[in-house]
Write a protein that binds this ligand. Structure first.
Ligand SMILES: Nc1ncnc2c1ncn2[C@@H]1O[C@H](COP(=O)(O)OP(=O)(O)OP(=O)(O)O)[C@@H](O)[C@H]1O
Length: 174
């Protein structure tokens, strides 16, 4: 066995979290947790770190990749990557960090046409209309990745989950 990394990227609202939640008990894979410098809310299973500790670990090369969002630091640790499939949901800007450090990195770009995406964001109702428009306008930049696979999440959830599992199975066999 070897370490395989599957990066899940895609515009906000396309269904990344939903797909991952629905496959969690159906596939043998390591769903990699993040380190965050804020207390996770009850839906998350991330590791909490004080900022000072985060900085020390960062300086000592503990992380593969780190980023900053909304005044908090986020990181994925090297020791979180295990033998077999490792599934990580990440911003497209961080793909290179993984490709630099690991051989077998696959990037799955989850896609959806803009109209349906807008409907889903509206229905989810997590952001204001202005914020939704902002997300839509930055959602279709080109992605550069070594092994890029497009996955269109445009079927009903049951079908999409099944197709997604099939794709992961193929990557596992590769
Ligand atoms: N195949 C599908 N069919 C219909 N609705 C879906 C499907 N997949 C996801 N959704 C719905 O779309 C909305 C957005 O999904 P989700 O929150 O998983 O997106 P996300 O890509 O993780 O977004 P973000 O990057 O903003 O966290 C949710 O309300 C979810 O229930």
């Amino acid at each position: 066995m070897s370490k395989k990394i599957i990066l899940i990227v895609g515009p906000s609202g396309v269904g990344k979290d939903t797909l991952l939640k629905n496959i969690k008990n159906k596939i043998k894979a390591n769903f990699v947790k993040r380190y965050i410098t804020r207390v996770p809310d009850e839906n998350e299973s991330n590791y909490f770190l004080q900022e000072e500790a985060f900085k020390i670990l960062e300086k000592n090369n503990f992380f593969i990749s780190t980023w900053n969002a909304h005044n908090n630091f986020y990181g994925i640790a090297k020791n979180s990557i295990l033998e077999g499939l490792n599934i990580i949901s990440i911003s497209r800007a961080k793909i290179k960090d993984f490709e630099k450090q690991y051989q077998k990195v696959y990037t799955i770009n989850i896609t959806l046409n803009k109209n349906d995406l807008k409907q889903r964001l509206k229905k989810r109702a997590r952001e204001s209309i202005e914020e939704i428009e902002k997300r839509l306008s930055r959602s279709y930049e080109k992605i550069e990745a070594r092994n890029l696979i497009e996955f269109e999440n445009n079927k009903n959830l049951t079908e999409s989950v099944e197709e997604f599992l099939k794709l992961l199975g193929q990557i596992n066999e590769d």
